[in-house]
Design a binder for this molecule. Structure first.
Ligand code: 3SL
Length: 241
């Protein structure tokens, strides 16, 4: 029993210092839509993703000739051709390419966890594959929800709760924090119909107002890929299994 590892949930990037520990794998989650878009990009052959925190950094890369995706307020930032929609990465034109990406919350959460031992990208899209890999690692796990501008958000919490549920079910993990127990119960309430559960959620309303319903449906459909994006230096690559 004492050998069981911990799986915990941190609800916003600003709370990260309270939850961080040595030797922990951090799962960065931004269901709508940054980490879903990253999973979709790797699933469609992208070779490397460089997440950057600011538009200025993104512009710098653009000037050097990189392909750059930039989102703010749910929309493509002026001067860029690519945003945060998973469908933007499914055209086949980015196979074997490197993409630089900046988003409102997801890339910020990635940088918040810069001191973590290991960082992987989680979403509902790779839930089963990533859960299985985490179970095999024999390390503590922290699910870091990106939230919205440092506020709690339902969709990331539900996804984090799904990871907590499947890791605990393996018998190899336990949890100490109320944040993790709450996430798990929200997941159990939502899992039969994510769309309906999240109907009134602030981010779903925000994206729906931008006519991004197809993105929402895609991002809320679990287990569409087995890719696991993993941090190497300051960028992401596909985990070789
Ligand atoms: O916050 C983010 O990183 C984005 O995913 C937000 S949005 O889905 O583009 O609105």
């Amino acid at each position: 029993m004492e050998n069981r590892k911990k799986v915990e949930v941190c609800h916003t990037p600003s709370l990260y210092p309270q939850y961080r520990k040595e030797n922990q794998i951090v799962v960065v989650i931004d269901v709508l839509r940054a980490t879903s878009a990253m999973c979709a990009a790797f699933d469609n052959g992208v070779k490397k993703i460089i997440p950057v925190a600011t538009i200025e950094e993104a512009r710098g890369y653009q000037e050097e000739g990189y392909i750059v995706a930039a989102e703010r307020k749910g929309q493509i930032v002026e001067g860029f051709n690519l945003g945060n929609s998973p469908y933007g990465f499914m055209t086949g034109e980015f196979k074997d390419k490197t993409i630089v990406i900046t988003t409102t919350n997801g890339t910020r959460a990635f940088h918040t966890a810069r001191d973590a031992d290991e960082v992987v990208i989680g979403s509902l899209l790779n839930l089963e594959a990533l859960s299985q890999w985490l179970i095999e690692q024999d390390k503590d796990v922290l699910c870091l929800a990106s939230g919205w501008k440092d506020k709690f958000c339902l969709e990331d919490t539900i996804c984090a709760g799904a990871f907590v549920d499947s890791l605990i079910k393996s018998g190899k993990f336990t949890t100490d924090e109320d944040s993790s127990i709450a996430a798990k119960y929200l997941y159990l309430s939502a899992r039969d119909n994510y769309m309906a559960f999240l109907k009134a959620s602030s981010h779903r309303r925000r994206l729906k107002a931008l006519n991004l319903n197809e993105d929402i449906k895609y991002c809320l459909t679990p287990n569409q890929t087995d890719v696991i994006p993993i941090r190497k230096e300051n960028y992401l690559v596909l985990l070789e299994k």
